[in-house]
Design a protein around this ligand. Structure first.
Ligand code: ASP
Length: 336
């Protein structure tokens, strides 16, 4: 299938220069995007068909918004931001509107972004009043001397950049509130929380026509989190990583494990130093490293040739991908 589309896209060009003739095979640049909306206990039996249809529609919308930008020659940076902002707006995902509640009944949002050409990165943690944390992470990357800003300081920076702060209650949803109540009743802490309580972190990875990789992740963290807990999503190398020499990764899952195992950076390092394919590197880290350690979750990966893989070790992961080589899928449950 891939070989056929390669040949289909290949352009046979005949160049004649000063009596010397050469036949070269030039290919359109490959590009693509993958997105996720969280990994966890997502089973057919506990997802109502109407809700499933709505979730699939938002995943498709976010993916296609990013893809269109790439297709028209736009930057992968704009593509991942466009996709993540759509997911942040949707109450179905644990990012922006629909973010989980902290122990104190508020929302504290984390996000990060990285570009694979310059290795520049930006992140925010524990922000309460920023509608699109991913956009603020981008501004940290582009307009500050720092990589990671937190809490009130990050919000002061947002105001300086012309962002209007919003009321924390704008992220409220009844569904997440009930989750907080249930987790408090069962005295579930971040450490023994079933994965259904934290599913919904969002992210995007892209390869653009210029050959540059980007990764972006945004989350409300974990239900019932306390004491200003920060997860992996705003930690470069844990929840987000991009390097043009290997791949771009965005993660979702039990953040404490993703931080300790440096999941996103480890996948790219395996590709870079061991020469593994992005697919086998991702599967090794998710299934052979994280799972035995007790870490649940998944990642989306795109490598510098446009190959996408989306391994996870939970029942499901909201995910979608589309590439110029013909990949086109919107998935929730395990394949097979
Ligand atoms: N990784 C996120 C965190 O630990 C949660 C998730 O992806 O579900 O904050």
């Amino acid at each position: 299938m891939k070989i056929r589309s390669f040949i289909g896209k290949a352009v046979l060009s005949l160049a004649i220069t000063g009596g010397f003739s050469a036949v070269s095979l030039a290919e359109d640049p490959v590009f693509g995007i993958a997105i996720h909306g969280g990994a966890g206990t997502i089973k057919r039996s506990n997802l109502a068909p109407e809700k499933e249809a709505e979730i699939r529609a938002v995943l498709k919308q976010a993916r296609d918004a990013g893809y269109q930008i790439l297709e028209t020659g736009g930057s992968g940076l704009e593509a991942v931001i466009a996709a993540v902002e759509i997911l942040e707006n949707s109450p179905h995902f644990n990012a922006g509107k629909g973010a989980v509640y902290t122990h104190d009944g508020e929302h504290e949002l984390d996000a990060s972004i990285m570009r694979g050409d310059t290795l520049q990165a930006g992140a925010v943690a524990g922000v309460k009043r920023v509608e699109h944390p991913i956009t603020l992470a981008r501004l940290v990357m582009e307009r500050s001397r720092h990589v990671l800003l937190s809490g009130k300081g990050a919000e002061r920076f947002a105001v300086k950049q012309g962002i209007n702060l919003v009321n924390n209650a704008m992220f409220d949803t009844e569904f997440r509130y009930q989750q907080l109540m249930r987790s408090k009743q069962a005295s579930l802490s971040v450490n023994n929380l079933p994965t259904e309580f934290k599913v919904g972190t969002v992210g995007a990875v892209a390869l653009d026509k210029d050959g540059n990789l980007f990764a972006a992740t945004s989350t409300g963290g974990m239900t019932n989190k306390q004491y200003g807990r920060i997860g992996d999503s705003p930690i470069i190398g844990a929840g987000t990583y991009a390097n043009n020499d290997s791949c771009a990764v965005s993660a979702t899952g039990h953040g404490e494990y993703f931080i300790r195992y440096q999941v996103a950076a480890d996948i790219c390092a395996r590709v870079r130093y061991k020469g593994e394919s992005a697919r086998s590197a991702g599967e090794a880290v998710i299934h052979d490293v994280l799972l035995p350690a007790g870490g649940t979750g998944g990642v989306i990966i795109i490598d510098n040739k446009g190959n996408v893989s989306m391994p996870f070790n939970t029942a499901g992961m909201y995910r979608a991908s589309r590439t110029s080589t013909g990949e086109d899928q919107v998935l929730i449950y395990k394949k097979r």
